[in-house]
Design a protein around this ligand. Structure first.
Ligand code: AMP
Ligand code: GLY
Length: 431
């Protein structure tokens, strides 16, 4: 099979790394890819939001199967366009991708299908949003309706801050058109986890769970990012909790989407808050998480490709995936300035030394190969730049190895959090 992955981040590097090893895969392409992906796939110079260009590239390279990594092309309808061109692809249609593309659609969907979530209101009028905030009180959460690269959520400790969040989204448009409509919702207390299921339109196969760290700073402080690190397994999701999540969140969603004429195929990624009353859904994503995908791929023992094909073909029933018992931790190294404007083009050295650390794989999230003074170098090209991923017997061991990998990298303009996995490490130390 000739396979093409769409995207150019750490998630896509991990997917290519896994897919390239499949005996079913005879040729692997990635559009646009990055400097790390170029080691395992042929990179095509087409951006992940250039739908016409992607369809043309898939036709030109005679691709049999496309895997779409990021949400934006899914929401824009890439899977529909590929289908129209007769090319099989993994991911939801535009209609099904609204689960992630519009928070307002998602919240109303939760209501229609009794899926547990935070109480909310949706607004296109700033004054009405503020009146709702005054009535509900703080803490409270203000969210842009549309896609905002994981940054469109502001957690507000008091009412003044919530009013300011409304103004910044609706008047100052800090997230552009994504803030034309906003959702204001109840603040939920608990521990967060990311739950993944492979879905074929009717059947859902749970994958392993993970936890990520959204805040930029140690101790979960500072502004939100797309994710500064992840680990798996997630101790808060034991077998009993997984059963509840499948019954209360995933299956009602799969049935609800099918009943509404938009059957969901692809990865359903539920961002959950595990509260004292059970799991509540913060959000749905319609793709693998990044950097959650890196830890999932590090733990996956089975061949990924047949599982993705089974999801597209509606054949997940009786399908099974095997996972390593080992834990995995991914630490994101980001460029100075992230999640604001990152500094690009700085040279990264020591990648080979990092990859030699036991258990470590370095996935590239935003890199480019360049010639500097006649020498080939790898430079930073994005906010999140590397995902240093390690496996180990425990999260504690995987974490230690990942930071040994990080410490082998010489990149003064990069930074990372030093506490990825702290909740699991604290639990392991107690037991
Ligand atoms: P989202 O993009 O909707 O997942 O939100 C980003 C992050 O904001 C989540 O991962 C949570 O850490 C936090 N968050 C979102 N909604 C809530 C809520 N209702 N209560 C508490 N924290 C929230
Ligand atoms: N790490 C969270 C996400 O991919 O949205």
């Amino acid at each position: 099979m000739r396979v093409m992955v769409v995207g150019g981040g750490g998630r896509e590097h991990a997917l290519c790394w896994g897919l390239g090893a499949s005996p079913l895969c005879s040729a692997l392409f990635c559009a646009p890819g990055n400097a790390g992906i170029a080691d395992v796939a042929t990179c095509l110079p087409v951006n992940s939001d250039d739908l016409a260009g992607l369809v043309a590239a898939a036709q030109k390279e005679k691709i049999d199967f496309v895997i779409v990594g990021p949400e934006a092309p899914l929401v824009a309808g890439l899977v529909d366009r590929l289908a129209a061109a007769g090319i099989k692809s993994f991911g939801p249609t535009a209609k099904a991708a609204r689960l992630e593309g519009s928070k307002a659609f998602m919240k109303d969907f939760f209501n229609r299908h009794c899926i547990p979530t935070a109480a909310y209101g949706r607004f296109t009028d700033a004054a009405k949003a503020k009146a709702f905030i005054d009535q509900k009180g703080a803490p409270i959460v203000v969210k842009a309706d549309g896609l905002a690269a994981g940054k469109g959520v502001i957690l507000c400790e008091d009412i003044a801050e919530a009013h300011a969040a409304v103004d910044s989204m609706m008047t100052d448009k800090i997230f552009g058109a994504a803030g034309n409509e906003i959702v204001v919702e109840e603040f939920l207390e608990g521990e967060e986890a990311s739950f993944f299921a492979l879905v074929d339109g009717a059947v859902a196969l749970p994958l392993v769970a993970a936890q990520d760290h959204k805040a930029v700073g140690d101790g979960d402080t500072g502004p939100n990012t797309g994710g500064m690190g992840a680990y798996s397994p997630a101790p808060i999701i034991d077998a009993g909790m997984q059963t509840r999540i499948m019954a209360e969140v995933i299956m009602p969603t799969v049935r609800g989407m099918a009943a509404e004429g938009a059957p969901f195929k692809g990865v359903l990624f539920a961002g959950l808050m595990i509260t004292k009353d059970g799991p509540k859904t913060l959000e749905f994503n319609v793709r693998f998480g990044d950097p959650e995908c890196e830890v999932l791929m590090a733990r996956l023992k089975s061949d990924l490709l047949p599982a993705l094909i089974a999801a597209v073909d509606g054949q997940l029933k009786n399908f099974d995936l095997r996972w390593r018992d080992e834990a995995a931790v991914a630490v994101i190294m980001a460029a100075e300035g992230y999640p604001g404007t990152p500094k690009n083009g700085t040279i990264i050295a020591g990648l080979d030394a990092a990859a030699k650390v036991e258990g470590v794989t370095v996935f590239h999230a935003g890199t480019k190969a360049e010639l500097r003074d006649g020498k080939a170098v790898i430079v930073a090209n994005g906010g999140r730049v590397l995902a240093v991923t390690a496996t180990g017997k425990t999260v504690t061991e995987a974490q230690a190895r990942a930071y040994r990998g990080v410490d082998a990298i010489r990149w003064p303009e990069g930074f990372c959090r030093r506490d990825i996995g702290w909740r699991a490490v604290a639990r392991e130390q107690k037991s």
